[in-house]
Design a binder for this molecule. Structure first.
Ligand code: SAH
Length: 290
């Protein structure tokens, strides 16, 4: 089957088969020519591959993401503020802020955050801040993205992970470097479409995007050994707690005007333990779809 006619979900074997051919995602300074080369490279060899030995998915996925189409090249960005060096400086800053998990820091170094942002904001992509993505939503601060994944992972390999609140798709792309299978749900249709458009040229084969109310989770793909909420509710929805595997870990911002990160671990069929971590600030978790 040619690249053009391949459909999502691709078998995970399609990623592992390419494990030997790892290539950089973007070169440090894009020119029209390098952008074309990058697009061709990412189409030929998907750099998002799960980190460890891959087990076959335990079920078939009837809810495939749309067909993967090689896209026109990403717009050329020649600004030094989006170079690899600037991204590495951001990763070092995140490490200085206390994130220790090397797998998470490596994932942060691999994902071109500027490619998830409006071109006008791209020069600010590697400062440690949340920034607007439209529809009154934001791309999360790199530190908090890394911290939440570190807490969820707890040093162990992750098989299946769910993110609530895809936004522009940045954290989903980082998660796809860490976990074998990633599912992400967004309730605002234009943002779901934006994330698809951002991610399509990167051909992240182990990531599936869904449009829907993430407060209901994704029962057809559960259980998950990790769940991350990128939006804050007054409490963690029970549906999400029910979709954690035993031993699974959920990380969520909880609260209204003041918020904190909460880690919930499922320790039994009907037993969860919860820990309060640091303060944080997220957009609100809202029910339904728009
Ligand atoms: N993960 C993003 C952060 C996006 S901001 C990143 O990579 O930076 C949080 C997102 O959560 C918003 O896009 C918002 O629309 C979404 N959201 C809020 N409530 C939701 C719900 N119930 N289901 C799915 N998405 C939700």
């Amino acid at each position: 089957m040619s690249e053009k006619t391949r459909k999502f979900p691709l078998p995970l074997s399609s990623i592992t088969d390419k494990a030997q051919k790892k290539q950089p995602v973007f070169s440090s300074v894009a020119t029209p020519q390098t952008a074309t080369q990058n697009a061709a490279r990412t189409a030929a060899s998907n750099p998002w591959r799960p980190p460890a030995t891959v087990a076959s998915p335990s079920r078939s996925h009837a809810y495939a993401m749309e067909r993967a189409q090689p896209l026109p090249s990403p717009a050329p960005r020649q600004h030094a503020l989006v170079s690899d060096a600037v991204r590495h400086a951001m990763v070092q800053r995140v490490a200085r802020q206390g994130v220790k998990d090397q797998a998470v820091l490596d994932a942060l170094a691999r994902v071109p955050r500027h490619a998830f942002m409006d071109e006008g904001l791209a020069p600010q992509a590697y400062i440690d801040a949340s920034l607007p993505i439209g529809h009154h939503q934001t791309i999360s601060q790199p530190y908090i993205v890394a911290r939440m994944i570190e807490v969820m992972r707890n040093g162990a390999p992750l098989q299946r992970v769910l993110e609530i609140g895809t936004g522009c798709g940045y954290q989903a792309a980082v998660l796809a470097c860490i976990a074998q299978e990633v599912y992400s749900i967004e309730r605002i249709k234009p943002l779901h479409e934006l994330a698809k458009a951002n991610l399509r040229p990167m051909r992240v084969a182990n990531l599936r995007l869904h449009y829907g109310d993430g407060m209901l989770g994704l029962p057809q793909a559960a259980p998950f050994d990790g769940i991350i909420l990128a939006a804050a509710g007054l409490e963690v929805p029970q549906a999400l707690l029910d979709q954690l595997s035993i031993g699974g870990r959920l990380v969520a911002p909880v609260g209204g005007r003041t918020q904190h990160l909460e880690l919930v671990t499922r320790v039994g069929k009907a037993e969860w333990v919860s820990q309060t971590l640091e303060d944080c600030h997220f957009v609100p978790l809202r029910p339904g779809t728009v």
